[in-house]
Design a protein around this ligand. Structure first.
Ligand code: PLP
Length: 421
């Protein structure tokens, strides 16, 4: 459905909810758009005032298969009539095993793999670190500038951006070290740690929250070599890049080297809370029984949804469609670049594209204009989110099966916003 705006944005019913929210919801949990959602279908979000939006945020990358996909809904409905949660730690069930096998076969690791399931991206990263520590018997963790790995104590400590993610929340976990983000090359000069103490290096193939910055192929190869040299486990944090977003099912398929462990979440289960750590069996088995897990990890309804997501990915050829969407976005942005000296560039992989907004006078990040672009698009019916350590990246995380008309309309709104805001 095309975007259709009927009221001021936010409309009166959304404003009323904002007022109620301010009395009952903690301030710390912010929302980017002040519109409240009543229904979601395909690439559309429909708010409580009847405004129809096109969704370029996709629940921050959880909706690669689109909202309310009939196959995902069917799988969820079937599962909830069977059982909802016996808890895998207590009374296990086949769905968990099926999903573990299917994902273990799909991740781009040649060795045999095993999986364990959790609830959020942060939990997956935490557990990848725990497993790495068990396997290597070391306790150091190596991460990068612009990295985002979550909001728990460990993952917040691994995350780069101070405000809002870390501000006032210290002290942070020790033994976490940081290198410059390897956009072009891996810079190993001036190491401030002993590589022999590092259990794992955690890298996003495309920095997500940090600003949609892809790692160069050359740098990824250097990372693999560095890890091999010091027996460090290489963890690919594909929480945001996974499930077709970058043009392949997993972004690491495009780098010509293999990670040892993957962390997955977001689009894994079509919007239900599920995350996974998948890695070489010998590594995954290093943590002792009871050392990993959790009450809700691998919830059967989420596992059923995840199996359906994998079917949809295959049947609708979504990774390939991601390449097409990415090319349309890039073509359009490049075609208006001359009119918009504040467009510093467009970067990413597949449909994970970030538009860099700068001050043309000095080349610095322009967060204010980025916010204006966001606001303009919202008022015309396009929901987007921004990203970046400096808050100056417009990012695209639309459902990958977005229709042609919706894609054309949203690209037009985006271009208008970039030109006029
Ligand atoms: C690369 C990456 N890792 C980890 C996380 C944390 O995921 P969650 O918010 O589900 O805890 C995110 C979330 O944006 C992410 O993009």
């Amino acid at each position: 459905m095309k975007a259709q705006i009927k009221t001021d944005i936010p409309g009166p019913k959304s404003l009323e909810l904002t007022s109620r929210r301010s009395k009952s919801v903690a301030n710390g949990h912010g929302s980017v758009c002040g519109v409240y959602i009543d229904k979601a279908e395909g690439s559309n979000l429909i708010d409580v005032d009847g405004n129809v939006f096109i969704d370029f945020a996709g629940g921050i990358g959880t909706m690669n298969v689109g909202h309310s996909h009939p196959q995902i809904l069917g799988a969820i409905k079937k599962q909830i009539t069977q059982f909802i949660h016996p808890c895998f730690t207590v009374a296990p069930y086949e769905l968990y095993i099926k999903l573990a096998k299917r994902l273990s076969d799909l991740v781009p690791i040649t060795d045999s793999c095993k999986a364990a399931f959790f609830n959020s991206g942060a939990e997956a990263v935490e557990n990848a670190v725990k497993i790495s520590k068990s396997y290597t018997r070391r306790n150091g963790v190596l991460v990068f500038s612009h990295g985002f790995h979550g909001r728990t104590q460990m993952t917040m400590s691994m995350t780069y951006k101070e405000d809002p993610y870390k501000k006032g929340f210290g002290p942070f976990v020790k033994n976490i070290y940081r290198l410059d983000f390897p956009e072009k090359k891996l810079d190993l000069s001036n190491l401030k740690f002993d590589p022999n103490t590092i259990a794992c290096l955690v890298i996003e193939p495309v920095a997500g929250e940090g600003g949609f910055i892809p790692v160069s192929k050359e740098a990824m190869v250097s990372i693999r070599k560095f890890c091999d040299k010091y027996s460090i486990l290489m963890v690919a944090d594909e929480v945001q890049t996974g499930f077709g977003r970058t043009g392949t099912l997993f972004a690491m398929e495009q780098f010509g080297v293999e990670a040892d462990i993957f962390t997955l979440a977001k689009s894994i289960a079509g919007g239900l809370p599920l995350s996974a750590v998948i890695g070489k069996s010998v590594i995954m088995d290093a943590a002792h029984v009871g050392g990993i897990g959790g009450t809700y990890g691998g919830n059967p309804v989420a596992c059923a949804a995840a199996l359906a997501v994998l079917d949809v990915m295959e049947e609708e050829n979504l990774p390939e469609r991601s390449l097409f969407i990415g090319s349309i976005i890039c073509k359009n942005i490049n075609s208006i670049k001359d009119q918009c000296p504040w467009i510093g560039g467009v970067r990413g992989l597949g449909a994970m594209q970030g538009i860099v907004i700068i001050n043309p006078n000095n080349g610095e990040a322009d967060k204010e204009r980025t916010s204006r672009i966001h606001r303009y698009a919202l008022e015309k019916g396009l929901i987007m989110i921004t990203a970046g350590t400096y808050g100056n990246i417009i990012r695209t995380l639309m459902p990958l099966n977005i229709g042609k008309d919706e894609l054309n309309q949203s690209v037009k709104i985006l271009s208008d916003a970039l030109i006029n805001a």
